[in-house]
Design a protein around this ligand. Sequence first.
Ligand code: ATP
Length: 323
Amino acid sequence: MSALQLHDSKMDSKTELQGSAGKRERNQNIQVYVRVRPMTPGGQVKVIETPGVREVVVRERSVANITKTFTFDKVFNTESTQLDVYDTVVSPLLKEVLLGYNCTVFAYGQTGTGKTYTMEGELNTTNTMLFLGVDGKDAGILPRALGDIFDEIRAMSCDFQVRASYLELYNEELFDLLATVEPNPNQAKKTLRIYEDANRKGSVVIQGLEEVIVQNKQEVYNVLRRGSQHRKTASTVLNHSSSRSHAVFTITVHMKESNGDGEQMVKVGKLHLVDLAGSENIGKSGAVDKRAREAGSINQSLLTLGRVVTSMEIRWFFFLIES
Ligand SMILES: Nc1ncnc2c1ncn2[C@@H]1O[C@H](COP(=O)(O)OP(=O)(O)OP(=O)(O)O)[C@@H](O)[C@H]1O
């Protein structure tokens, strides 16, 4: 089973917000969605049913009449398109980012269940609009969200600056996917250090993470493509699959608005888009040595992530993808 999670955290302390987004109850801070991936050809036994818009029924393979039903905020069945997922799950978050909230989308689940497809979409290397494909239908959440941010912010009458960063976490090491380092087997990616922020309790600082200023959609796509290709190239150099690492793409929007009295208000909103490494049952997968250590590290980090989520007062959305 595979999943995608989204969360929207507390607003930036510098920002004063009004309106419905700021008045949500704590129990609305977490939302869980499931996406069911179409079956791959090859005679699999169908074990998942999606009878309604909120329920998934899982059938035990060996005993077909034994089922378990799970309820989510919404279920996307095998017919769901990339656009359906984006419109329901991510589009509303953009409005909150532009109000000064921090929002995060997590894709979580087993290897091969469609996390990267949902987050990035099918790559089209012959097209400069890499992630959009020929007609755009296969574009994932990332390119859609990044493109829409520019459309929406331009419609607001404010000064703004948009920055992007792209971070990878593999075996407890952090790498900067946008760093301009020369390809080198011993230094495939720029490693980063993480510290607790002495000035803001509970916050962390990632020292040296590059934030690239982006002016328009095309520049964001280029940054996304650069980071994505860097992730693949470097994983080959380091001899691990890119699906064994977590990747965090962050877009930060600084907005400066004037109120009627000539005072200026600064808002900072962030959108984190996280493609988590595939969760795996080490015993069942038969992973040994390096792969078993990797899987152990992945499972440990996913467990820790779960603990962090339950301990924080955050708005959180969760998205499950089933194969
Ligand atoms: N909803 C979908 N519709 C069509 N094809 C899909 C869908 N979801 C996934 N796929 C296809 O299934 C394959 C595996 O998907 P993907 O690489 O996104 O999985 P993943 O969960 O990211 O795996 P890993 O954990 O190994 O990175 C890809 O070829 C992808 O194009």
